[in-house]
Design a protein around this ligand. Structure first.
Ligand SMILES: [Zn+2]
Length: 479
C-alpha cells in the first residue's frame, strides 16, 4: 500500500515536473542552438560540374542594357582579397569565383572605403564617400545607432526606378531594414534581431535559399535586381566540416577562415547556376565590404575596423557578364566600392544619381581601356573611437593615424611601398616627395569629406545602440 500511495503522489506531481523538464530542455536546446551550436556543418555539393559548366558558358550575342539584363550584386562581408585563388592564394578557397573571374574581369587594386560593415556597405550601395552617409564619423552619434538616411539613393532604388524588381537577402544585422538598407527592395530577407539582441546569423545556404525563392516570385518578363550578403567568413566562422581538411596544413584560425570562404564559394556557385539557368542575360558584380586581419601579420589584429592596412581595405571586385570581350582580363589601376553603382548604371545605359562620388569603370570592363579609372584609392575608419585614413596610388600606401577620434587634429603619417602589403617598413622619411604628395591628396579628400558631411542629410539614429562589445560578444569573439 505504501508503495502505491507513494506512486500516486508521484503521479499527481508528474505533469508539473514534465512541464518543468520540457521547459528546461527546450531552453537548453534553444540556448545551444543560438549560442553554442558548433559552427561546422555538413552541406552536400549542390551544383553538378555539368550545370556549373553550362552556367559559365559565354554568349556574346547577349546585349548589356536596361531592357534585357538582370543584375546580381554579391556583397560579401569580411572577405580578404588575398585569401581568394584568383588573387593569388595557394589553397582552393574559391574554385567557383576563380572560374567566374576567368569569364569576367578582375580589378586588382580595388578598395573598400571603410573597414567595417555598415558604412562600408553604405558606400558600396550608394556610391558616396562614407563620411557623407554619417554611419561612422563622430557625427553619427554615440555608439552604432546610425541609420542610412532615406534621402540617400541605393542601387536598388536606381534599379526600381528603371522598372526592375529588387529583391535582397542579407546575413549581417547591420544591413537590416531598421538601419536603412532595404530602401528600394520589394522583398527583403534579413536576420530576425540585431547583434545586441543576439540574433542567430543566417548561414550562406539559408541566405541563398531565401534569395532564390524571392527571385522565383519575379515573373521572367520583369527585369530582376538581386542583392545578397553572406557573413560566414566573419567570426565565428561558419563552414562545411569536410572543407577544413583542404586547409588544415595552416594554423586553425586560417584553416577555419578558408573553409568558411570555400563554403561561401560553393553556395554562390549554386546561386549563380540556378539564377543563370532562368535568367541567361545576367550581370554579376562580386565585391566585399572589408577584409580581415587574421593576425596575418600580427600587427593587423584578428579582425577588422580598427586599422586601414590593405588586409582589411583592399577588397575583391569581379565583374561578370556572358558577353564580355576578352574574358579573364585583370585590370590594374585603382577602383573602389563607390564605383559599383555608377558602373552598373553606365553599363546599362542609365544615369547615376548626381550625388555619386564614385566613377564608372565601364571602359575597363568592356576592354576599351586597360586601366581602371582612378589614380588614388581612399579609405578611412572611425571604428571604436579611432580615426585612421589612407590613400593608395599603386606605388605607395600612406596611412594617417589621428591621436584622437576627431575629424581634424593631430595625426602621424606612415608610408609603405606597394610591395609591402603587410606594412612592415615605414618609408615616409626615405621618399619625402612621394610622402608629401600622398599626404596632400589625403588631406584634400578628408577636407572634401568634411564639406560633404556638413551639407548632407542629418544623422538618423535607431534606438538600438549596436556597441562594438555587443557585436563582438554576439559573434562569439573575445579579444
Ligand atoms: Zn562586414
Amino acid at each position: 500500500m505504501s508503495d502505491a500511495s507513494h506512486s500516486t503522489r508521484f503521479l499527481s506531481r508528474k505533469p508539473l515536473m514534465v512541464t518543468g523538464l520540457l521547459l528546461m530542455v527546450s531552453g537548453a536546446l534553444a540556448y545551444f542552438w543560438i549560442y553554442v551550436r558548433p559552427v561546422p556543418h555538413d552541406m552536400p555539393d549542390t551544383v553538378s560540374p555539368d550545370a556549373l559548366h553550362a552556367a559559365l558558358t559565354p554568349d556574346p550575342s547577349l546585349p548589356i542594357d536596361i531592357a534585357h539584363t538582370d543584375v546580381l550584386v554579391i556583397a560579401a562581408c569580411t572577405l580578404r582579397q588575398d585569401r581568394m585563388g584568383v588573387y593569388g592564394h595557394k589553397y582552393p578557397t574559391t574554385p567557383f569565383l576563380d572560374r567566374l573571374a576567368s569569364q569576367g574581369v578582375v580589378f586588382e587594386e580595388h578598395f573598400s572605403q571603410t573597414p567595417w560593415t555598415r558604412p562600408a556597405m553604405g558606400a558600396l550601395f550608394t556610391g558616396k564617400w562614407p563620411r557623407q552617409l554619417k554611419l561612422d564619423n563622430p557625427g553619427a552619434g554615440k555608439g552604432f545607432t546610425a541609420v542610412l538616411h532615406p534621402d540617400h539613393t541605393l542601387i536598388a532604388e536606381v534599379m526600381a526606378s528603371q522598372g526592375y524588381t529588387a529583391v535582397g537577402a542579407v546575413a549581417n544585422p547591420n544591413l537590416k531594414t531598421r538601419f536603412g538598407f532595404s530602401q528600394g527592395f520589394s522583398a527583403y530577407f534579413e536576420p530576425e534581431g540585431t547583434y545586441k539582441e543576439r540574433t542567430p546569423i543566417p548561414t550562406a545556404d539559408e541566405v541563398v535559399n531565401n534569395l532564390l525563392s524571392m527571385a522565383a516570385e519575379v515573373p521572367l518578363d520583369q527585369r530582376l535586381y538581386a542583392r545578397i550578403n553572406v557573413l560566414d567568413t566573419h567570426l565565428p566562422q561558419k563552414y562545411t566540416r569536410r572543407y577544413l581538411k583542404l586547409f588544415d596544413a595552416q594554423p586553425q584560425r586560417l584553416a577555419k577562415y578558408d573553409a568558411a570562404l570555400r563554403t561561401v564559394d560553393a553556395e554562390l556557385a549554386r546561386l549563380f547556376t540556378e539564377l543563370r539557368a532562368v535568367r541567361p542575360n545576367l550581370l554579376v558584380l562580386f565585391a566585399a565590404d572589408h577584409g580581415e586581419g587574421l593576425y596575418l601579420p600580427r600587427h593587423h589584429g584578428p579582425e577588422h575596423g580598427n586599422y586601414v592596412y590593405r588586409t582589411t581595405t583592399q577588397t575583391p571586385w569581379i565583374v561578370y557578364h556572358p558577353a564580355l570581350p576578352e574574358p579573364g582580363r585583370r585590370i590594374r589601376g585603382r577602383s573602389m566600392n563607390v564605383d559599383v553603382l555608377p558602373t552598373i548604371a553606365d553599363l546599362l545605359g542609365i544615369s547615376s544619381p548626381a550625388s555619386v562620388n564614385g566613377a564608372s569603370q565601364k571602359a575597363a570592363i568592356l576592354a576599351q581601356t586597360t586601366a581602371a579609372a582612378h589614380i588614388y584609392a581612399y579609405s578611412e575608419t572611425f571604428f571604436r573611437k579611432r580615426h585612421l585614413s589612407m590613400v593608395y596610388d599603386g606605388q605607395h600606401q600612406l596611412i594617417r593615424t589621428y591621436t584622437k577620434p576627431t575629424e581634424t587634429g593631430p595625426y602621424t603619417d606612415q608610408m609603405f611601398t606597394a610591395a609591402d602589403w603587410e606594412g612592415n617598413t615605414d618609408v615616409l622619411l626615405d621618399e619625402p616627395a612621394q610622402a608629401s604628395h600622398l599626404a596632400d591628396m589625403l588631406t584634400q579628400w578628408e577636407a572634401l569629406s568634411l564639406v560633404l558631411s556638413a551639407n548632407g542629410p542629418d544623422v538618423v539614429n535607431d534606438n538600438v545602440d549596436e556597441s562594438t562589445d555587443d557585436m563582438l560578444k554576439a559573434l562569439g569573439y573575445v579579444d
